[in-house]
Design a protein around this ligand. Structure first.
Ligand code: GRF
Length: 228
């Protein structure tokens, strides 16, 4: 049962691995001061390097190991209980590599958010960088979106865009994109903390006071931030 008991918006982040997006979110929420509270990081695997980082930062880090559960339904139930213990307003998936059941998604609908490494609706699923290179697109990107029961479909909150360069491999493209993923997810976390993100009657996202929700990759060290 969701009961918000403080003025601060409460966040839980779910990870499965490295957790670099989680780090960007944590920094962004800290920058919001008292209006945002990072309650916990929950990992689906004990090997997730992001868990150690969260603990070092003094953030509560919990493990719900998917291997301990016989079915997806049982895992999702345990995960939902672990999340609800923190009474979060928002649950942010950051490199969380488990497909969630419809029941889980409905339980958190409207407050469950994901980052996907492609410009949705292009290239849902896995191996998005390879898919982009094989399709020959010249722009690639990431999408932060509300999660709905259909995988990698859901109201888009913001997108980040990178150029595809000659000679790119899935790895080089992934590295270039990761910088903009951090920027886009951190920005969205800030908007959520400020209570600016809503869904309208047609399930389209509105962000109060924001004109552009697209971000263009800026090479390291560039003086000026390029926003489309
Ligand atoms: C990111 O590229 C994210 O878009 C994808 O998985 C990767 C996770 O990286 N879903 P990290 O764990 O946030 O470093």
């Amino acid at each position: 049962m969701f009961v918000a008991n403080s003025a601060a918006r409460r966040f839980v982040v779910l990870i499965s691995g490295r957790g670099s997006n989680m780090q960007a979110i944590v920094r962004a929420l800290r920058a919001q001061g008292a209006s945002a509270q990072m309650c916990a990081v929950i990992a689906s695997s004990p090997d997730a390097p992001g868990l150690a980082w969260a603990r070092e930062q003094g953030i509560e880090a919990t493990l719900v190991p998917h291997r301990d559960y016989a079915s997806r339904e049982e895992f999702d139930q345990a995960l939902a209980q672990a999340i609800e213990a923190y009474e979060p307003h928002y649950v942010l998936l950051a490199g969380f590599m488990r497909v969630l059941t419809d029941e889980f998604v409905r339980r958190f609908e409207g407050r469950l958010i994901n980052i996907h490494p492609s410009l949705l609706p292009l290239f849902p699923g896995l191996n998005t960088h390879r898919q982009a290179l094989e399709a020959g697109v010249q722009w690639h990107g990431c999408t932060v979106h509300f999660v709905t029961p259909v995988l990698d479909v859901g109201p888009i909150i913001a997108q980040g865009i990178v150029p595809v360069l000659a000679g790119d491999t899935p790895q080089t493209l992934a590295e270039r994109l990761l910088h903009i993923e951090h920027r886009v997810y951190a920005t969205v976390a800030g908007w959520l903390a400020q209570g600016r993100v809503t869904l309208d009657d047609t399930q389209r996202v509105q962000v109060q006071g924001v004109r552009t929700r697209s971000y263009l990759f800026t090479p390291e060290g560039a003086q000026e931030e390029h926003r489309l």
